[in-house]
Design a protein around this ligand. Structure first.
Ligand code: ZN
Length: 287
């Protein structure tokens, strides 16, 4: 069922679990994510960066592919299609293309400008029935040129953005995109707790979900994180599985070169990663 992310995140926040945002890259990625969500009876958010949108030949094509697959595969669990780290213009492009959810990342603007642009988008997304994620910028991160701590947001600024009426809020709590450095200081639960206290029912979003230890993920969910973005993890498991197939020489036997066979282990690997995350996040059976 194609829907926005508002209800699924309200339910997640109230039920103390998190919905994964699985970033998609192609047909195989969408198919794998949808298959697993349906199998586990779990809600899912499919994330698309501007770069991935270009790669998949435009936001319209992505939205059409996702909707067509939902129909063809008979997917009944709630599925949202979400723009990841969108610019102001990309938010409009995705709304026009048929996305059900967008993230406006105004974290690089001064807070006043972030508030003004986010407020404008709250109005437009509400009119169109689309859910909106906003992001609050950092108050630090780098020490001596070494990034051992991720960005940490100011709770008061988080409250200002939350009060505009967004549906979900991304705020740095020491998390980092991509692979975590060896000297990573871990998530700041003090910051998360302060943000959660001020923003109340607002579903909080944790970016950079790959490589955060499981106990930290569980604690973050307890403290109000309701959406966790997973991107790098699926890419790593896909690549490892396809590498294994080729290194075993399987593409050289019979019709092993058939792309449907060549990419099949990668699809299974994505499905396994999605299953692992859904189980950890507690959203299995919550559709
Ligand atoms: Zn992110």
């Amino acid at each position: 069922m194609y829907t926005n992310a508002t209800e699924m995140l309200k339910k997640a926040k109230a039920g103390h679990y998190a919905v994964p945002q699985i970033n998609i890259n192609n047909l195989e990625w969408i198919k794998a994510a949808l298959e697993m969500a349906q199998e586990l009876n779990a809600p899912i958010i499919l994330g698309v960066s501007e770069g991935a949108g270009k790669y998949m030949c435009g936001f319209k094509n992505v939205a059409d592919m996702v909707k067509n697959l939902i129909g063809f595969m008979g997917i009944t669990v709630p599925v949202a299609l979400h723009l990841d780290h969108g610019s102001y213009d990309a938010c409009y492009a995705c709304m026009d293309a048929g996305f059900s959810s967008v993230m406006f990342d105004g974290s690089h603007y001064p807070i006043e400008e972030n508030i003004a642009k986010t407020a404008e988008l709250v109005k437009v997304t509400r009119e169109r029935g689309i859910s909106l994620e906003a992001e609050v910028g950092s108050i630090g991160g780098e020490e001596d040129g070494v990034v051992g701590t991720g960005e940490v947001a100011d709770p008061a600024e988080c409250k200002m953005i939350a009060d505009l009426g967004v549906d979900m809020l991304a705020a740095g709590i020491g998390n980092i995109h991509g692979k975590y450095p060896e000297n990573w200081a871990g998530l700041s639960f003090e910051a998360l707790d302060a943000i959660q206290q001020l923003t109340g029912d607002m579903p909080l979003v944790l970016h950079g979900g790959t490589g955060i230890p499981e106990d930290m993920i569980r604690r973050a969910i307890e403290l109000g994180v309701s959406k966790i973005n997973v991107n790098t993890e699926c890419q790593l498991s896909f690549a490892a599985a396809v590498r294994g197939y080729i290194e075993a020489g399987k593409d050289l036997h019979g019709k092993g070169f058939d792309p449907r066979k060549l990419l099949a282990p990668g699809v299974e690997a994505i499905k396994a990663s999605v299953k692992e995350k859904m189980t950890l996040f507690g959203c299995v059976g919550k559709a």
